[in-house]
Every structure is written in structure tokens, then in C-alpha cells.
Design a protein around this ligand. Structure first.
Ligand SMILES: *[C@@H]1O[C@H](CO)[C@@H](O)[C@H](O)[C@H]1NC(C)=O
Length: 246
């Protein structure tokens, strides 16, 4: 049906120009072959269109699945470290700044290198569906994976609310220490899901545990050369994550 309309339009155009189009145009020339031939071609064309459309729909759904609407936020939090003798910082409170991308299924936090203290720049990814967190240390170019701690990481909507509040001014908070230990190397990162795979592809990747959950836990080794820290927040307090290669 589409084809017929198209052909008549062509014919009209040809008439206007007074060109014997029927002899030049193979489409028009073959038109008198019969109704069966043209319905066949019409069906084929429709099939082709249906095929292309279904491809577009499936492709679009896949793209949507992985690139769901996500929003970028920026926030800063000042914090006081009570454990290092609280009142000793009267003039200046350290501050953590973050860029965060939040969607329904994950949050990626970009931590820039801190300006006045030790700490590594990093990407931190929380996969809310797989319940996993990955730290990509940008200095070491190494990934560290641990189960998502839902009592530290706010769910997506609460994170959005928090960052919306932070837009209108900086926030004073406190520091929570988190002590993690590298346990084993992960050779196959596929089971960690699409997002972590995308983040950690081509980097050394390790599994971690909380130090307190290790057998005989709590005993802290004092070799600082194998440790590094990342300051970040995904709640109303700042977390200092210390990662040690045991
Ligand atoms: C989550 O983090 C809190 C605060 O750091 C800690 O007390 C708790 O043990 C953690 N939970 C898990 C399952 O690791």
C-alpha cells in the first residue's frame, strides 16, 4: 500500500516534467507484471520494516536498561574527627567534595584528590541491585569490591534528597572510620555485574572484608605503607575508608 502511493506520486511528478519515466524507472516498468508480484513485494517490504522496527525496539530497550536516566549532583561536607581529639581544629574543618551520578540501580561517586590531607582520588560505585560496592583507586588503578553496607549507603531516593540539601550550602558533619582488608584477588569480574565490570575492566580487582569480621579480627597491623585511605560520604556523615593489603 505504501509502495502504490509512492509510485503514483512518482508518476505525477514524471507527468509534470513530461519525461517518459516509465521507460527509465525499473519500478514503474515492472508495475504491469501483475497484482500478485506487487503484493509479494509489498509484503516483503512490510516484513523488512517490521524487522527493522523490532530491532530498534529491542536495541532501544537494551540501551535504556543500561543508560537509565541518571542525574549528576555535586556536594561538599565539612567534618570534625572526634577520634583525633575533636577540639583541636577550631579554625578550619576539613572538607570532602563529591560528584555523584545517581540512578535507580546504582550510584557512582567521584572523589577528587583531597587538597590538604592524605587520601586517594577514587571512583566509588554502589550497585543497589547486586548489593555490591566497588572502590576504584585512581592512584593505584586497582579495584576493591565488598558487599554493599546498607546501613552506611542511603538508598537512591534518599541520596538524591541529601544532595539536593547540600546544593544549598555546606553541611557540618562528623567522621566515621571504616577499616577494610584485602582478602583475595578476583580473576573473573563478570559475575560482579555490568556496572562494576565497566568500572573495573582491565584493572586488578580484589575482594575485601571488614577487619572486624576477619577471624581473630580487630587486631590492627601497623604497616601503613600497605594501606591507603579514601574520604567519601553517601549518608549524613563522612566515611574514612582505610584499605589495607593484609
Ligand atoms: C556497616 O557499617 C556499620 C558502620 O560502619 C558497621 O557497624 C556494620 O557492621 C556494617 N555492616 C556490615 C554488614 O558490614
Amino acid at each position: 500500500m505504501v509502495k502504490i502511493a509512492f509510485n503514483s506520486a512518482l508518476a505525477q511528478k514524471a507527468l509534470g516534467k513530461e519525461v517518459p519515466a516509465a521507460e527509465k524507472d525499473p519500478e514503474l516498468a515492472s508495475a504491469p507484471v501483475g497484482i500478485e508480484g506487487s503484493t509479494g513485494r509489498c509484503l516483503l517490504t512490510l516484513l523488512g520494516i517490521a524487522f527493522i522496527l523490532s530491532g530498534l525496539i529491542v536495541g532501544g530497550a537494551c540501551l535504556y536498561r543500561y543508560f537509565t536516566p541518571k542525574r549528576m549532583y555535586h556536594g561538599a561536607m565539612q567534618f570534625s574527627d572526634v577520634s583525633s581529639g575533636g577540639e583541636s581544629q577550631p579554625y578550619y574543618l576539613p572538607q570532602v567534595e563529591e560528584e555523584v551520578e545517581i540512578s535507580d540501580s546504582m550510584a557512582v561517586i567521584s572523589v577528587p584528590p583531597p587538597r590538604f590531607r592524605a587520601g586517594d582520588p577514587a571512583y566509588i560505585l554502589h550497585d543497589f541491585n547486586r548489593k555490591l560496592t566497588a572502590y576504584l583507586d585512581l592512584t593505584l588503578r586497582t579495584c576493591f569490591v565488598i558487599p554493599l553496607n546498607t546501613s552506611v549507603v542511603l538508598p537512591p531516593q534518599d541520596l538524591i534528597d541529601l544532595f539536593s540539601q547540600l546544593m544549598s550550602g555546606s553541611y557540618r558533619s562528623y567522621l566515621v572510620h571504616e577499616d577494610l582488608v584485602v582478602t583475595e584477588r578476583i580473576d573473573d569480574i563478570k559475575p560482579l555485574g555490568f556496572y562494576i565490570r565497566r568500572l573495573c575492566e582491565g584493572k586488578d580487582t580484589y575482594r575485601m572484608q571488614r577487619r572486624s569480621s576477619l577471624p581473630g579480627g580487630g587486631i590492627q597491623k601497623r604497616s601503613t605503607d600497605e594501606c591507603f585511605t579514601i574520604h567519601h560520604f553517601e549518608n549524613k556523615f563522612v566515611t574514612e575508608t582505610r584499605i589495607c593489603k593484609a
